[in-house]
Design a protein around this ligand. Structure first.
Ligand SMILES: C[S@@+](CC[C@H](N)C(=O)[O-])C[C@H]1O[C@@H](n2cnc3c(N)ncnc32)[C@H](O)[C@@H]1O
Length: 273
């Protein structure tokens, strides 16, 4: 594995709601590429395309598209008669996504924007998805309402989110492990409970045939990857020395081939009336 670009700053975590203001160039691209390289991530992403009904001729909007890989995969599925738009708050990620377009994925376009105020007319898309975006949003009801607005009647809306209170680590001491992990995610993401609230959000938004159509657990058994994905060192540092031994224990467990972590994600799907 190649060296990764610097983490934003000591004792801090990246701010996904303000990418340009928060980290070294390349950090987010590298992070997303490493996450997407996990086979379980690729599996659930493929499933989201099927649940959204993506096929030849589909018009699809991917909210918070990041480096654009999902939009590009769907562009290859919709073909010449379809259209995929990838939208992201971050201009630098949109720039990166544009570099990844090929002849097979020419049905895609990438645009900068904010899901809270989508600059698209009503009902122009057959499907709209957001993958690991809602945890970073100020107003998730408004974002979902916007996604529904731009979807045609009968079209589908899909959101995928982890729930960070489901992140379990085989650490020393239950109380300390809970405090390190849960305290960390309470600080670094706006809403670590995004996963569990999807069903309620979708039902309240008036979508039909709402279901949590897929759940899965990402298991990581190496400390380096878990540390990069979850910021375990930053999480421990926040306890001002109290969790130094906790971190040493995890590193030793890793050296002994015994490190274990797992987090669960949820995919909600609903149909627009
Ligand atoms: C964790 S990344 C997920 C990226 C991509 N969906 C994936 O699965 O690889 C979250 C993305 O949401 C974007 N984002 C955050 N707030 C947003 C907003 N208000 N409107 C649109 N995109 C937003 C970020 O810029 C970032 O690219």
């Amino acid at each position: 594995m190649t060296a990764s670009p610097a983490h934003p700053a000591e004792n801090q975590s990246p701010d996904w709601s303000d990418i340009e203001g928060s980290a070294a160039p390349g950090y987010f691209v590298d992070y997303l590429d490493r996450v997407t390289a996990q086979s379980e991530m690729r599996r659930y992403k493929q499933r989201t395309y099927r649940l959204l009904g993506v096929g030849p001729g589909s018009r699809i909007l991917d909210i918070g598209c990041g480096t654009g890989d999902d939009a590009l995969a769907m562009a290859a599925m919709v073909g010449d008669g379809g259209r995929v738009v990838g939208l992201d708050h971050s201009q630098s990620l949109i720039d990166e996504a544009r570099t990844r377009v090929t002849a097979e994925t020419a049905a895609v376009e990438f645009t900068a924007g904010d899901v809270h105020r989508l600059d698209f007319p009503d009902g122009g898309f057959d499907g709209c998805r957001a993958d690991r975006v809602f945890m970073h949003l100020r107003d998730r009801e408004r974002a979902l309402a916007e996604m529904i607005r731009v979807t045609r009647p009968g079209g589908r809306v899909l959101v995928r989110e982890p729930d960070w209170d489901t992140l379990i680590i085989d650490g020393p001491g239950r109380d300390l492990t809970r405090r390190v992990i849960q305290g960390h995610f309470d600080r670094v993401v706006l809403n670590g409970w995004a996963g569990r609230e999807l069903y309620r959000l979708f039902r309240r938004a008036g979508l039909e045939r709402v279901e949590i159509a897929d759940t899965s657990t990402l298991v990581l058994t190496d400390f380096a990857t878990a540390n990069q994905f979850y910021g375990l060192e930053a999480a421990a540092r926040a306890l001002n020395g109290e969790a130094d031994g906790w971190l040493d224990h995890l590193r030793q467990a890793d050296a002994d081939g015994l490190f274990f972590s797992a987090v669960t994600g949820f995919t909600a799907v609903g149909h627009k009336r």
